[in-house]
Design a protein around this ligand. Structure first.
Ligand SMILES: Cc1cc2nc3c(=O)[nH]c(=O)nc-3n(C[C@H](O)[C@H](O)[C@H](O)COP(=O)(O)OP(=O)(O)OC[C@H]3O[C@@H](n4cnc5c(N)ncnc54)[C@H](O)[C@@H]3O)c2cc1C
Length: 484
């Protein structure tokens, strides 16, 4: 049995793993990607020519963290494996049995005394007419294809949304020679008061802000139109996107006039991120709704312990706050877990990790406030014909009819049970946000009151036959793994 199982090898998971190993814990790290780095430092497979890690602007520590993680012989790593759930076993209440699955090797169960959920975030999906057409993609997906697979869209591209990631992706595409027609932001240009407020967060982040400014200048120089207060209202095409509708919006992102059309073969959407909480939900951790921080996020104490004994959380599942904060939280979680397992941790180490979190939070709070999606306006983009749950093909009209005929339903899981939204292979990752917003608007209640979809094992789709292995006893660390 390992002392600690970590799910996710992004900045949070890597930093926690190294910290915990430094304090003598046996650690296993599971990540469904082929290599460490997480979303922001996504690396191509080793077999790709020129697969060297390029440092990301503003994150000078990243290359060293990844190198130390990838070469540390104390760590057991399971790349290419997805954590699909944690099994409860009354006979061994002190052991967390983590089920992991690999597309070729099936399912195994790993035993650990503590579990750290560092599963990051994913793009916030938004349902509107045409969003399921081939050619409509999320900004994170496009970035991943370019970074990890060296594949870029072919043809004219429009990017639309409300998150600065759109600028990074537009820049990536332009540098790759992709014709980018327009970048549409739903927000307005920040007011002087907003900028004054944001200045407080600048120290320590000058390089990142300078790089963002340089990107905007580069895009404009290359003839890319950057349009504030503009939202995408529809994508049209028969078997692929060919035209995109963009409309001017007011400060609440409500369309103020007739939309205009832009011809393009790809639409890239970036409205921000949702915290990846399915594993935490499956285990039974408490969550809270916090819209600027990524919707539903995992509740925790000051040492990142969740409401479930032995289960900790770090990085974006605590709130989407960027890589600096993820790394700092990973370090704090590693220290807290080591101390909880009886290792000596000097108070100065805790103080340093907490300082890192405070510094990162100053910046992330401002970013979260400036780029918070206006969820109500996004929910209103779906028309009665729009498919909201693309796995089960449930339209907005079906949801509206159900809510009108069931006036006492105010919980998202009741909608799920009746309409099948969130019951397909993605388990609600695509539709939960839209369904939650539609429910809130129908009941005139805050989104958080409707709750979130419950999650069950397997939290990621696997062949049914792979579940047979769940009966097996948990694995032990390899015999040559170091003992504390
Ligand atoms: C697609 C995408 C692109 C992004 N690009 C940028 C960017 O360019 N610049 C920027 O500043 N920020 C970017 N972000 C935000 C970014 O997520 C954070 O800044 C940072 O990467 C968060 O670190 P983390 O360790 O919390 O999570 P992540 O870096 O997201 O790491 C989480 C890891 O957990 C793994 N994982 C998740 N669930 C499971 C599971 N069930 N089983 C096994 N493994 C699992 C994932 O594969 C991932 O490697 C991006 C986010 C996303 C979603």
């Amino acid at each position: 049995m390992f002392d600690l199982a970590i799910i996710g090898a992004g900045p949070a998971g890597m930093s926690a793993a190294l910290t915990a190993a430094d304090h003598g814990l046996t650690v296993v790290v599971v990540d469904e990607q082929q290599r460490a780095g997480g979303q922001i430092f996504r690396q191509p497979p080793r077999a790709f020519p020129g697969s060297v890690l390029h440092p990301t602007a503003g994150y000078g520590w990243a290359t060293d963290l990844i190198r130390r993680f990838e070469t540390d012989p104390r760590l057991t790593t399971e790349f290419g494996w997805s954590a699909i759930g944690v099994l409860h076993d009354d006979a061994t209440p002190d052991v967390l049995r983590v089920a992991i699955n690999h597309p070729e090797h099936g399912t195994r169960v790993i035993g650990a005394r503590r579990l750290l959920i560092a599963t990051g975030a994913y793009d916030l999906p938004v349902a509107f007419p045409g969003w399921t057409l081939p050619g409509v993609m999320t900004a994170g997906a496009v970035q991943t294809l370019v970074k990890a697979q060296k594949i870029a869209p072919v043809g004219d591209v429009v990017l639309a949304g409300a998150h600065p990631l759109l600028l990074l992706v537009a820049d990536l595409l332009v540098r790759d020679g992709v014709p980018v027609r327009e970048v549409a932001f739903a927000q307005s240009i920040p007011t002087p008061a907003e900028l004054r407020h944001a200045l407080g967060a600048v120290p320590g982040h000058l390089r990142m802000l300078a790089e963002t400014g340089a990107i905007v200048a580069r895009l404009v120089r290359k003839g890319v139109r950057v349009s504030p207060r503009t939202i995408v209202t529809a994508a049209h095409g028969t078997d692929h996107v060919s035209r995109i509708e963009l409309a001017r919006v007011d400060r609440k992102w409500k369309a103020t006039g007739a939309p205009r059309e832009v011809a393009a073969s790809h639409l890239v959407l970036g409205y921000g991120f949702s915290a990846s909480t399915e594993l935490a939900r499956q285990i039974g951790c408490d969550l809270v709704f916090d819209s600027p921080r990524g919707g539903w996020v995992v509740a925790h104490d000051e040492r990142l312990q969740t409401s479930v004994p032995g289960v900790f959380v770090a990085g974006e599942p605590t709130g989407v706050a960027g890589a600096d904060q993820s790394r700092a939280e990973g370090a704090l979680a590693g220290l807290g877990i080591a101390a909880g397992l009886g290792r000596a941790v000097p108070p100065a180490a805790f103080a340093e990790a907490e300082r890192g979190i405070r510094t990162a939070t100053r910046f992330s709070t401002v970013v979260q406030r400036m780029f918070e999606p206006v969820r109500e306006a996004l929910g209103d983009l779906a028309t009665p014909e729009t498919t909201v749950c693309r796995c089960e093909m449930v339209t907005r009209g079906t949801l509206d009819d159900f809510l009108a005929s069931s006036p006492f339903v105010s919980d998202i899981n009741a909608v799920k049970l009746s309409c099948r939204t969130g019951m397909g292979p993605c388990q609600g990752r695509y539709c939960e946000s839209s369904v939650g917003t539609i429910l809130a608007s129908a009941r005139e209640q805050p989104i958080g009151l409707g709750g979130r979809f419950s999650a069950h094992l397997p939290v990621k789709p696997v062949p049914v036959g792979d579940l047979r292995a769940l009966d097996a006893p948990p694995e032990q660390p390899a015999p040559d793994a170091p003992c504390p």
